[in-house]
Design a protein around this ligand. Structure first.
Ligand code: FAD
Ligand code: SF4
Length: 322
């Protein structure tokens, strides 16, 4: 059985108190929300904070308004809130893992989720037996041994949707507050995968008014009841009558960040969403989709599925607009 290492647990009641606790404990402290990612990681010694600061007792982080969602709202609430109009966000939240994990797991934890890799998401002993890897405790990347970087995969279901719909994240740190577009919150690097500083709290997510646009999310995984995405497709369209005024297609599970595909948007914009336009966008997304051999399924099949899933997502958007 994997055991948690010992650590000090702090429970602030306000954001100011949480920041003060983090400042006092320094780099040895981490924030936790639902703990469904951090605690398993701590059991495998991926992260080893001496102090864990829970954000769950801070009321400001649990608010849920139409256009503004606190990051400690659980995925279950996000997927079932009756007047919640952002259906792609709700769909992505509902597709995360199992009901138990969605009851604990939060929006903020999902958006800050650690990147994943078959050589990393293993016990300490397993990782030690291969002399570790550069993401934690080692020097080499076992997926691409001559590579100077880590290729661990962004595996959040909700993050690609936030990038696609153009959501904004509000962060609070010792230097004050800042708001970043979701697309600028992520780096294509398996180790430094967030632009967030370790002492910044992701406070809330500002969702654009659902006005003339629609978005969908489709997910590929082995077990529909449980697994992480090995491919996620978030597609967003702003309609201009029957034509596509603007579009975004974002892939999850194929890079270290939610990967926006501008070529797919170009293939869609300024014309009706015909079969030909959809096929061109699916082809445009297929080419830069370069999954690595470090998650589930055969690599070339996952790449092929990009075409299929982009097509399905766009066809759903078209059907909803008719
Ligand atoms: C078996 C299993 C299956 C899973 N399947 C999926 C899946 O299909 N799809 C998916 O997307 N995820 C999946 N997950 C991962 C996880 O359960 C979810 O992503 C969940 O939303 C994480 O939220 P949390 O609140 O538990 O995060 P935590 O574990 O509390 O935190 C995760 C990270 O985010 C940081 N963090 C959390 N909140 C904040 C904040 N407000 N500000 C700053 N930093 C913060 C923490 O410091 C930590 O680094 C799975 C997990 C397990 C164990
Ligand atoms: S991609 Fe390479 S460095 Fe990154 S976790 Fe996997 S094996 Fe380690």
């Amino acid at each position: 059985m994997l055991r948690l290492p010992s650590f000090t647990y702090r429970q602030p009641r306000t954001l100011a108190e949480a920041l003060r606790m983090k400042g006092d404990a320094g780099p040895d402290a981490m924030f936790v929300a639902g703990g469904t990612d951090l605690y398993p990681n701590m059991k495998r010694r991926h992260q080893e904070p001496g102090t864990v600061i829970s954000l769950m007792g801070i009321p400001e982080l649990r608010k849920m308004e139409r256009g503004n969602v606190g990051t400690c709202v659980t995925l279950s609430s996000l997927s079932t809130f009756p007047s919640f109009q952002h259906s792609a966000v709700a769909t992505a939240a509902r597709l995360v893992s199992t009901p138990l994990l969605r009851n604990m797991g939060t929006l903020g934890g999902n958006l800050c989720l650690d990147t994943r890799c078959n050589y990393y998401n293993q016990s300490y002993e397993w990782r030690k037996s291969i002399d570790f890897c550069m993401k934690k405790d080692g020097a080499i990347c076992w997926v691409a041994p001559s590579s100077p970087r880590c290729w661990a995969v962004s595996s959040s279901d909700v993050a690609p949707v936030m990038v696609a719909i153009g959501a904004e994240y509000r962060l609070l740190g010792p230097q004050g507050e800042r708001v970043v577009p979701a697309g600028r919150f992520y780096h294509n690097d398996g180790i430094n995968y967030l632009t967030k500083q370790p002492d910044e709290i992701l406070v809330d997510v500002r969702l654009p008014v659902p006005n003339g646009w629609d978005a969908v999310y489709h997910k590929l995984r082995r077990r529909g009841s449980f697994d992480f995405p090995v491919l996620g497709v978030a597609a967003w369209i702003r309609w201009d009558g029957k034509s596509v005024g603007d579009a975004r297609v974002v892939l999850g599970g194929v890079a270290s960040y939610p990967q926006e595909i501008p070529e797919a948007a170009t293939a869609l914009t300024g014309q009706p969403l015909t079969d030909d336009a959809i096929a061109a966008a699916a082809e445009a997304a297929y080419r830069p989709s370069k999954p690595m051999d470090n998650t589930d399924f055969e690599l070339s099949w996952r790449k092929q599925m990009t075409r299929v899933y982009v097509k399905r997502a766009l066809e759903e958007l078209r059907a909803r607009h008719q």
